[in-house]
Design a protein around this ligand. Structure first.
Ligand SMILES: [Zn+2]
Length: 428
């Protein structure tokens, strides 16, 4: 397909008022201000349209859409131990499959083309990703409260091995596998160490929650005499390319340490606010050299999987807490929500509108009143219309959502099956 005379925003916020973007197979093959000589098939008129790179959700637990609204107005510990964990004890494979599809549908209709996930029953999430056309880095969450068990004894180890052997790099690279210990406070020193060894042995990336709450950060210092960040360094995890979610309570020393390695922080502003965990000062982190991407965290703590919502929240918070309207300008926050996320997934050819990159694109409908007039198209998207202006979402050159229709999934069936699964779990 080719977009003709379309306005476009690059990942860094650069605005192109009228250009041609040609897509062949899974890739962007042409970007220019004049029409290409080659034929690209379907021609899409760019009038009243704005083309952007697809958003990358750098931290989520997609199947937790099943728990949307299931634990409200609770602090993290009580939210987890009184509501989420008991629900998760009753999870089953089909529930995760349908829950994953519901989350993927929400992401597609709000312009997300890739996400980084940590959860259980990962083969069911893999199936949902494969069918829906979206892309994902998938990690089996590893947690262990039994002091007699080593990493290799855990079901999470066996599941991770199956994922690596059967799914890493499949669907033309749309599916990648990460090694994903849940957090310092839900595992142990030796488990984190062995997980890092497994990742190194297969040349994989890693994904973990880090310093999300003040108590978690403080208790780690009490247990180990080290911050969670310095603990990850000591076990060898920082030797792997790594995504750390949250980082609300990082010390300056932590940020300097993380910046020396291939680490991206996934900023989940809305989840941190809703669970009362605090606000990560990500503008400072970026100034100190730590790459920052953006994630929604799960629908159980957000309660949406809407990256435009999340980018808006990140920008507003950065401005508000620094009392500086110049903090996190629109171009920076778009970069965090697109290219920085793609890089955090190890996808060097994703996250921007560039010839040779994967065609992960979102098309906005600029007839939305919130996008008019076009004084500042990117700010209009972030602070005005938001994701309701999403008209089309394309991942790897395949249209997955267009004009209110899902082309790769049956949304009525998904909603029905999700409700059925939730009723079964909650005993309705
Ligand atoms: Zn999380």
């Amino acid at each position: 397909m080719i977009f003709e005379k379309i306005a476009a925003l690059k990942a860094d916020g650069t605005y192109l008022p009228s250009c041609y973007v040609g897509v062949k197979g899974a890739h962007i093959r042409y970007v220019g201000v004049t029409p290409p000589d080659e034929d690209y098939g379907e021609r899409i008129n760019g009038e009243n349209r704005l083309l952007m790179p697809g958003f990358v959700n750098a931290h989520t637990h997609v199947a937790m859409t099943l728990m949307r609204g299931y634990g409200e107005d609770l602090r993290l510990q009580s939210w987890l131990f009184d509501r989420i964990f008991p629900f998760e004890d009753k999870l089953f494979s089909e529930a995760v499959y349908w829950g994953s599809l519901l989350g993927i549908a929400e992401m597609l209709m709000t312009g997300t083309t890739s996400f980084t996930d940590m959860y259980y029953f990962c083969e069911d999430t893999v199936r949902a990703v494969a069918e829906s056309g979206i892309k994902a880095n998938i990690g089996r969450g590893v947690s262990c409260f039994d002091a007699t068990k080593r990493f290799a004894d855990l079901p999470a180890y066996r599941d991770t091995k199956v994922l690596i052997e059967q799914y890493h790099g499949t669907e033309d690279g749309r599916i990648l596998v990460d090694v994903a210990p849940h957090a310092e406070y839900t595992t142990r020193f030796d488990i984190l160490h062995d997980a890092a060894e497994l990742a190194a042995g297969h040349n994989l990336r890693m994904h973990i929650h880090l310093s999300e709450t003040a108590s978690e950060h403080k208790e780690c210092v009490g247990r180990h005499g080290k911050t969670p960040t310095r603990l990850l360094e000591a076990v060898g995890m920082l030797g792997r390319p790594l995504t750390v979610a949250h980082g609300v309570w990082l010390t300056d020393d932590d940020v300097r340490c993380l910046s020396q390695y291939d680490v991206t922080l996934a900023h989940c502003a809305k989840s941190n606010l809703k669970l009362g965990s605090g606000v990560a000062p990500v503008e400072k982190y970026r100034r100190m050299g730590l790459p920052v991407a953006i994630g929604t965290d799960s629908a159980a703590s957000n309660n949406a999987l809407d990256m435009v919502d999340e980018m808006r929240m990140a920008a507003l918070l950065a401005k508000g807490i620094s009392r500086n309207a110049g903090a996190l300008p629109a171009g920076d926050v778009l970069y965090m929500g697109t290219r920085a996320g793609a890089l955090s997934q190890g996808r060097a050819d994703c996250g921007d509108i560039v010839e040779g990159y994967r065609a992960d694109l979102v098309v906005m409908d600029t007839t939305d009143v919130g996008l008019s007039p076009a004084n500042a198209p990117l700010s209009n998207v972030l602070y005005g219309a938001g994701s309701r202006a999403v008209h089309m979402t394309i991942a790897d050159g395949r249209v997955a959502y267009r004009a209110g229709e899902f082309l790769t999934l049956d949304i009525e069936r998904v909603r029905f099956e999700v409700q059925r699964a939730v009723d079964k779990i909650t005993g309705q």
